[in-house]
Design a protein around this ligand. Structure first.
Ligand code: NAP
Length: 642
């Protein structure tokens, strides 16, 4: 069978190929040419990228070099087509490493190569899939309940099906996608490049934008669900209210409540929580909020029946969601007042709203491994460099401003980007340049849309605190009254309340959220002592603020979980749970690492990462390569197996 990433054979004309080449990432194209021709000299001459920056896919090559590369490419592609598009010969590890280093203009350390090779699947093998082993009857007798059908729950279903393990997914919404189902607010789009932000085992030649909008993302998850036949396993519009462990039968009783109020209990040998961290809206308590007479709603519960045309809209909160909402609704509304407590750092990405041209789509579909190298090109700049940049240098003098020299450099770059857009509006500059270290909260992707919205005549940015809400206005602490017909809460989620509001009761009647309090933890973000056969995806300590993608993390977690379940079944065990000392040690080390990172900086007063004591338990402080290594295969000595 042809390697699925080798591209579909084609008979495209020379003229069409020449046209398509105009769209493509030239460095990525040159690597595809090496596959097509088998000639590594293509990348050993003067044609090469000159530098690396996140989302800079042309490697700063000159127009002249790009034109030369296209002329060469036309020749190689024509020859490949005329030979009938044969599947390229595999390339050895040394040359592949050379190609990686060439593409990203820096050494790719050896320790990263196995992870990247797996992620790119150049051999066409989905190495994170676990096939059934052992007695099929034993697997069939091991029902699993998955809670949630967002990206991680859907992945869990796919992997369990492949592994021959029966499962039911319980989903509170009426459709798949989780956050991409719920967040339908105007302007919602992903901010990790989609050719990486998708399952590693699914082709990505269909995206219409490099950072797709919510409807396309939701459709993606729906099409993957259909392709893998997961839909029939899902109980839609059904919420898990609780799960209780029974030691005698070594099973979980999972209590569900359907939208019509019907309650049910599912019995499972294992439970996988795939509930996400960002789906319980945080609506601040503001005096008088209930007296507001117009429509009011949270960004994740957008009321599409409300026509905003010509209306005075007040938007409270402007983090990642508000940042996308404001520019999208500003041209339509009569007036928009944005109430922002903390200014946000933003990262220049001029192509944030760019569409994927037909040439790129053709390349992704037909040119051998173009899509895989493109995936690597997006992944690499966000792979652990962000973590290095987030490290606090305790000797750096002005920690309020920057936590290290690198962080100061980032601050300068981000400030230049902001100030360069605002020009001669000192009043606005004072409001939009943050006063805490760069990247200290979640950094946003920006193509200029946010600041150009704020510069509009019908938009105001208010940084003064809110005092109260009246029937037709928001009033700030300085007594200023801002009239409004519609109130939007873009105030984020209760991210630190992991697994809320479910009640998960483990051995000896221990309630998981009571056990955690404000300090949720799980070994590798996945398992908790006293909660046998209970696994978290996107659990505590696994949210990513430094790069990577949650889908990548979910794939790591699900491979690990499937192998834990395999260990139970094939070893004829009843239960698996982490050793208390490993769990304690993990949490302690994670906290120590987290304290040395910019997100913990005490000057960052408000952050959804922090608990009320200012500690961070939801984020990962670890390198992506380490997490991949630790979760590649469970070390069974970390566990108690009974
Ligand atoms: P968020 O980043 O937590 O932002 C919430 C906003 O509401 C902030 O401006 C916050 O101010 C403000 N706020 C919260 N409580 C407040 C209060 N009591 N009084 C006044 N202001 C208050 O939430 P979000 O924008 O919904 O984003 C959450 C996460 O979702 C993101 O970090 C990201 O992980 C994800 N997301 C991703 C995308 C994307 O991929 N493009 C888009 C949207 C969301 P402070 O900053 O002062 O706390």
């Amino acid at each position: 069978m042809r390697n699925p990433h080798a591209g579909e054979p084609f008979d495209t004309t020379d003229e069409e190929i020449a046209e398509a080449l105009l769209d493509m990432s030239i460095p990525t194209l040159l690597l595809s040419l090496v596959h097509m021709s088998g000639d590594p000299e293509i990348i050993r001459g003067k044609l090469r990228p000159a530098g690396l920056f996140l989302n800079e896919v042309q490697g700063y090559m000159t127009e002249e070099d790009k034109a030369e590369a296209r002329a060469l490419a036309l020749e190689v592609i024509r020859n490949y087509r005329d030979r009938g598009c044969p599947e390229p010969e595999p390339i050895g590890p040394e040359l592949l490493h050379e190609m990686m280093t060439w593409l990203v203009c820096e050494d790719v350390p050896d320790e990263y190569v196995p992870m990247l090779m797996e992620e790119m699947e150049l051999d066409g093998r989905d190495a994170r899939r676990i096939d059934p082993v052992g007695d099929p009857a034993a697997r069939a007798a091991f029902p699993v309940v998955v809670i949630g059908c967002g990206q991680s729950g859907l992945l869990a279903g796919i992997r369990l099906a492949e592994a021959g393990i029966p499962f039911t997914i319980v989903e509170k919404n009426a459709g798949v996608g989780g956050t991409w189902w719920e967040n339908s607010y105007p302007g919602a789009r992903v901010d990790v490049g989609n050719h990486f932000y998708c399952y590693s085992f699914e082709p990505s030649d269909h995206w219409t934008e490099f950072f797709a909008q919510q409807p396309e993302l939701q459709r993606y998850f729906e099409s993957v669900m259909d392709k893998y036949g997961i839909g029939p396993h899902v109980r839609w519009e059904t919420e898990v209210v609780g799960a209780t462990w029974d030691d005698d039968s070594a099973t979980w009783s999972v209590r569900t409540r359907a939208a019509d109020g019907t309650e049910d209990v599912l019995t499972a040998r294992a439970v996988i929580s795939a509930v996400g961290q960002l789906n319980r809206p945080n609506v601040p308590v503001i005096e008088g909020a209930d007296t507001f007479e117009g429509p009011s709603f949270h960004s994740a519960r957008w009321d599409h029946d409300v026509d905003l045309a010509g209306k005075r809209v007040a938007m409270i909160g402007a983090g990642a969601s508000g940042f996308q909402i404001a520019p999208t609704i500003a041209p339509e509304v009569g007036h928009l007042t944005v109430f922002q407590r903390t200014a946000q750092w933003m990262f220049p990405n001029p192509n944030y709203h760019a569409t994927v041209g037909p040439g790129v789509r053709w390349a992704l579909r037909h040119l051998p491994f173009y899509g895989r190298w493109y995936r690597f090109l997006i992944f690499w700049p966000g792979c652990d460099k962000g973590l290095e940049a987030a490290r606090v240098d305790p000797d750096y003098p002005d920690q309020q401003r920057a936590v290290s020299e690198t962080n100061e450099f980032t601050r300068q770059m981000f400030t230049d980007w902001i100030v360069g857009q605002v020009g001669d509006h000192p009043e606005l500059i004072a409001k939009v340049v943050p006063d805490y270290p760069a990247t200290g909260k979640r950094t946003l992707q920006d193509n200029g849309a946010w600041l150009s919205a704020l510069l509009r005549d019908n938009v105001d940015l208010v940084r003064t605190g809110i005092d109260h809400i009246e029937p037709a206005a928001v009033v700030t602490v300085d007594g200023e009254r801002y009239e409004a017909d519609v109130l939007v809460y873009a105030t984020g989620f209760r991210a630190t309340e992991v697994l809320a509001p479910m009640t998960v009761t483990g051995r000896d009647g221990i309630d998981l959220r009571e056990l955690w309090g404000e300090r949720p933890a799980a070994y590798l973000g996945i398992t908790v002592p006293g909660f046998p056969n209970f696994f978290c995806m996107y659990g505590p300590g696994t949210n990513l603020a430094h790069g990577g993608s949650l889908i990548f993390h979910s794939e790591c977690q699900m491979r690990y979980i499937t192998q834990c379940i395999d260990a139970l079944i094939t070893g004829n065990h009843q239960t698996i749970e982490p050793r208390q000392d490993r769990y304690d040690d993990w949490h302690e080390r994670s906290q120590e690492a987290m304290r040395g990172l910019v997100w913990s900086q005490p000057s960052i007063a408000h952050s959804f990462f922090k608990n009320s004591a200012g500690e961070i338990h939801v984020l990962s402080p670890w390198r992506i390569v380490d997490y991949w290594t630790w979760t590649k295969e469970p070390d069974l000595t970390d566990f108690v197996l009974d």
